[in-house]
Design a protein around this ligand. Sequence first.
Ligand SMILES: *Cc1c(COP(=O)(O)O)cnc(C)c1O
Length: 377
Amino acid sequence: MIPFNKPFLVGKEIRYIEESVKSGKISGNGYFTNKCQKYFEDNFGFKKALLTTSCTDALEMTAMLMNIKPGDEVIVPSYTFVSSALAFVRQGANIVFADSRDDHPGINENGIEALITSKTKAIVVVHYAGVACDMDVVMGIANKYNLFVVEDAAQAIDSYYKGKPLGSIGHFGTFSFHETKNIISGEGGLLAINDGRFVDRAEVIWEKGTNRSSFFKGEVDKYGWVDTGSSFLPSELVAAFLYAQLEHLKEIQQKRESLWNVYYSALKELDNQNILKLASLPNFATNNAHMFYVITKNIKERDALIAHLKGNEIHAVFHYLSLHKSPYYTKNNTLESGQELLQSDRYTDCLIRLPLFYNLKVSEVNMISKVIIDFFK
Ligand SMILES: *Cc1c(COP(=O)(O)O)cnc(C)c1O
């Protein structure tokens, strides 16, 4: 069976983990944590980068930093992972769901303004498949109404909008290094802070509400409880693994991109004939090859294609289920709703993700493509 995803080693992961154990410190905020954070700040222009144990944690930190309170409204696309909404719901926010674009699962920027009320605090955008949302439009709306912007860039490492790194444009960017993402550390994440006003408080929230970071920098002579927070920082073992991957980021991205291109050329003819839709990239966005997905005409065809692939020992998967129809949201939501999010539902029903991981072979991509072409014959 060709799996959908497979974790991989690319360099010195094991050696760095061993080094960190031998150094005598494997708790967080040490040598490898600093190496990783500096790498992100130097290469992607984030004002401050803080490693977290997940993208979910990074999103929760943004909710705390923005002081989201019960009754506040946060605009989130419905076609996304639970965490993009849950992180704000935990602070008491009401989520107002937005629809996706018809040419791409990212948020439909033109539908955002109609969702804003006097209670709106923030807009969360998700760069689905690592492909940028139209950030000029989003930032324009945010500035007009004085709202915060969080870029859920979980899938978007080393991807760009009009030349700007994703995660560096909004007030905050959040990344994931979960084993299914481009660079991995098992579980892991990053909070990118682009608005300098939030840096000091973010370090406190990161370290269980204490000013321990200031203490380590010699800015105060003892540390204590000064704010809200939690234990958001990962151990040095996670950072050591991650740093080894960062040393090979370019190579990882190139490999994924070349596999992505093999899929694209093999399946393009199906798209030309209107049999299957492939990803389309807006001209302001780059492709970091996080995902290769196809879109079928309806749910019946999608299920049949997934079954056909499975019959040929290939594990392909569908993706998100519209959050505005989830059991948790429909039970707890108190907002006036009843809004139809047709594109979100279409991607819920029709999108299939094909295997794409570092050690996948070109011959396997060709074989998978052939199985798909045969299905439509
Ligand atoms: C993977 C993912 C997350 C969650 O990341 P974790 O690191 O597992 O918390 C959140 N949002 C999006 C869009 C994701 O793809």
